[in-house]
Design a protein around this ligand. Sequence first.
Ligand code: BGC
Length: 750
Amino acid sequence: MRRLVLPFVVTLGLFSCEPNQPVAEDPLEKKIDSLMSKMTLVEKIGQTAQRGTSSRVKGKLSDDLKNAVREGRIGSLINVMNKEFVDELQRIAVEESPNGIPLIFARDVIHGFKTIFPIPLGQAATWNPTLVEEGARIAAVEASSYGVRWTFAPMLDIARDPRWGRIAESPGEDPYLASALSAAYVRGFQSEDLSDPTSMVACAKHFVGYGAAEGGRDYNTAVIHESLLRNVYLPPFQKAVEAGVQTFMSGFNELNGIPVSGSEFLLDQVLRQEWGFDGFVVSDWNSVTEMIAHGYCKDEKDAAFKAARAGVDMEMTSQSFENYLQELISEGQLDINQLNRMVRAILRVKFRMGLFDQPYRVDNEELILSENHLRKAQDAAIQSMVLLKNENDLLPLKSTQKFAVIGPLAEAPLDQLGTWIFDGDKENSVTSLTALNEIFGNGQINFSQGLDYSRDRSKANFDKAIMAAQQSDVVLFFGGEEAILSGEAHSRAHINLPGVQEDLLKELKKKTKKPIVLVIQAGRPIVLENIISEVDAILMAWHPGTMAGPAIADILTGKANPSGRLPVSWPKSVGQIPIYYNHKQTGRPASQESFVGIDDIPIGAWQSSLGNESHYLDDGFEPLYPFGFGLSYSKFIYTDLNISSDSLGKHDELTVTFEITNSSKNEGVEVAQLYLRDHYGSITRPVKELKKFKRVALKPKDKVKVEWTIDKSDLEYYNAENKLVVEPGQFSVFVGANANTTLKKDFWIK
Ligand code: BGC
């Protein structure tokens, strides 16, 4: 929607302008009216400015900054990480600025503040929204103690490419799981009462399409057609709005030719008009002025104009709003009503946060890293871990065995915390080595790291590691990626174990023949093609956070039974990427029966279309491990799938029931999953889509009946006209332990 530009002459900065909005009935809007009627243009523009300091700068408060706050020229600050500075700046804003409007202090509190939880991709692997909510709540309690009342989380970018470093921060590849987690994060950060001084305003980011960066290269171009956007990339963001998220961040990326920070379609039409979002939008760091580099804006003034027109309300760090909004308004290019709308949205959130009544932070220092917080972090880490392979039931470990602890991540207190942990201290980390030593004592543990860090290329310590393995019954190899290899600007083209970890694993196997447990700590799925056959068990631990060690030890020893499930498909090779479960069928779908592998082709074969299907000759068509996959020390069996009808109307409900039996001697948790397939539509439909999931606890030999109701909301999708529709035709409902499940029933929508 384009806004009309009215000729408007102002004496810049010197007079109060009326909000020029209908007088609202709502008491909150009335308060905003009254405040805005007293604000000068300079103050209004001030509210749209978020000044930043680098995440590490602790230095001294500059007079410039204090004066800017005093004059009402700043609405928010990012990365002020000194309690005294926070208090002083807030005092100046409240007591000395013209209208006493409090500041909001913002920070990236992504997966914990001081108590670090697993990286978000790991938290997604818990398939446990309640736990995610609790983790977000804990982060808010800790961060707000430092004055942080606004976090730039949750990150809701659907990610189908593990080369992209920011997949670590994402909820994975699936819109349904991501949506459930989105709401959980928002509830946790914001709490039930936004005016509670321990709540943090959440920020749904990066709106939108950033995760679809071509080739997985960060900041790269994204091209997503509209129905795909609406069916896959937008749902977690819409869910955040439904959960009451107060802010959005416009991403760095361009989408279909327009940088998001200048997209009226996204920021105005979709977000505000269609979804009714009434909080405010902050740009990403300099993303307004980066529209010049994108080739979308002529200069800073043009960038300020296009961002404000599109619907960015607050500019993070770059200062084009501060520098040009006055001019744009006085020249009549930008409608003053647009600025009023921006300021109103920001003030609305400040009022909802209770900042006008309680602008100062509440110190909860005693809760930081409390026993309860650490216990939750450990629990989240345990539930995030995915057991990928367990030959001959190598795990859990037998208490009488001797273990060689080898590898660069065994004693890596910083790396186990993962990306985006500005406030996490490695001093608080409990490492795997520490935890295992505590359980087994030195007599059973032979530690020899072999490699100093994940990228280490020196083989100088291989011999010592091999000797440690020879003196042990089982090798526990702690491999993976340092934290710095994932996250922003850390995309990788080769996503195997970096450095010479693969060589060390191969030598260990060759020279000792001992069983090897590979524990991976990494920010993404790792390509295992060169070493999969060298290792007997694989535990994906992501970057688990402060309590990584005890959590990993609990799983390895069987004190905890693995219950994490993959929130992304795990590729066999980089060449398979992008590979995701909810893909389209194609006209020539691949099948195991008619697959032709590269070695099946006769030498000198006539040019023919062997197999004739959508697959790779050398890597097939399936990932190494499917979405939703994860082993357990229990064994779960799915039976008795029943549906209430095989023919229903568009508005009818379908009841789906089935049973899960734990046929093992171990108590465990299964993540039951339900997928739907819409066999044909007015546009082609994915082969499967996750529609329900549930963590189900089962005692040994327990049998549990699960019942779910499918309704219109599960069946509808955005068609080629971008309308939400349920179309008649054949559907299948699948239940099982991962996206590969074949247990199904068909039904028809009339
Ligand atoms: C990132 C955002 C982050 C912001 C503030 C940017 O570089 O893309 O995710 O919130 O910095 O630190």
